[in-house]
Design a protein around this ligand. Structure first.
Ligand code: ZN
Ligand code: ZN
Length: 331
């Protein structure tokens, strides 16, 4: 099979590798679409520890073409998304943290390739009405769904999302679906701001036009937001998210702040206003039901550009420059 192998830094080489053979419990998936993730960008920039050579790509969809001998043959032909890890439901982390933190997890092979081999458990069927391209959005969406469901949204009138990238957009949509009455998207780039409407944004805020704190109060009878989401990964924006809340408000950290960074906030304010702040990393327990959840959303124009496997390097480069909403590769 053809695969794009990462050799460290920005070096990728397309190679011909042996076609994968499934073990008894595994399936082989012919890859249709793989999203380029901020994590892939961070890996090539040395900001995320990974040892080359390896095949990157973890947001993939495709069709099962072969199964191991313990897997029902009827799975061949199934349209699936691939979870990156398995879970056992037995270990401490599965029981007390989330199944995506399983201590015995078996990893799915890298997806910037023609074929992927993974446990049958990790190949999750998708609804008929979800096409394979849009299904490749499952992994990032699952991280947002898991995060959104950590918050208590009962009686939440106003939520604000800071950052209209793919993570901010999905988190906004899920919070709205969970019952937040009015969602504000704060984002400086116009196309991202505009597309947030199809994810359910009620009010758009351009940080170049006005101060977010004042803007929210103008839209909420003088009070701060019930919920704020930081979807960029900058400590000063997490601080901003705390600042814009009403008393007993909740912050969700979806963006990945750099390792070693600190939160520049007045702790007295946080204490006095009884603020809750929640970290949210990864798929939690929700990956398997995410395809159904995203099939209910309007996902037109979310995929901004499709690259061939040969252009993997360009796709990662363009993604690092923040081009488009979501860039994907079709191996
Ligand atoms: Zn990802
Ligand atoms: Zn486990």
């Amino acid at each position: 099979m053809k695969a794009m192998v990462w050799y460290g830094g920005e070096k990728f080489i397309k190679e011909n590798l042996r076609d994968p053979v499934p073990q008894d419990h595994q399936v082989v998936v012919k890859v249709d679409t793989v999203g380029v993730c901020g994590t892939d960008v961070h890996i090539t920039q040395g900001l995320f520890p990974k040892s080359p050579p390896m095949i990157l790509g973890h947001e993939g969809s495709g069709v099962i073409i072969d199964v191991g001998k313990n897997v029902d043959k009827s799975r061949i032909g199934s349209r699936v998304v691939m979870n990156t890890t398995t879970y056992c439901n037995q270990c401490f982390s599965c029981k007390n943290w989330s199944i995506s933190r399983c201590e015995k997890a078996e990893s799915t092979s890298g997806m910037f390739a023609e074929y992927v081999v993974c446990a049958s458990q990790s190949a999750v069927n998708i609804p008929d009405k979800l096409d394979l391209e849009q299904a490749s959005l499952t992994e990032p969406a699952s991280c947002c769904l898991s995060g959104a469901e950590m918050l208590n949204v009962s009686n939440a009138k106003v939520g604000v999302v800071v950052g209209g990238g793919i993570m901010g957009l999905f988190t906004l949509a899920f919070l709205k679906n969970l019952g937040v009455e009015k969602m504000i998207m704060s984002e400086p780039v116009k196309i991202r701001r505009e597309i947030s409407k199809q994810f359910g944004a009620d009010i758009l805020h351009d940080p170049k036009d006005s101060e977010l704190n004042d803007f929210i109060k103008d839209n909420n009878n003088g009070w701060g937001a019930d919920i704020s989401v930081e979807a960029v990964g900058k400590p000063n924006l997490v601080a901003k998210c705390i600042d814009v809340l009403r008393p007993r408000g909740q912050v969700l950290m979806i963006g990945v702040s750099p390792q070693g960074s600190h939160l520049p906030v007045d702790l007295y304010e946080m204490h006095y206003k009884e603020i809750t702040i929640k970290g949210a990393f990864g798929r939690g327990d929700v990956f398997d039901r995410t395809p159904k959840e995203i099939s209910k959303l309007k996902l037109d124009n979310v995929i901004s550009k499709i690259y061939s496997l040969d252009k993997t390097h360009d796709a990662i480069n363009d993604s690092s420059k923040g081009k488009g909403i979501k860039l994907v590769i079709k191996p």
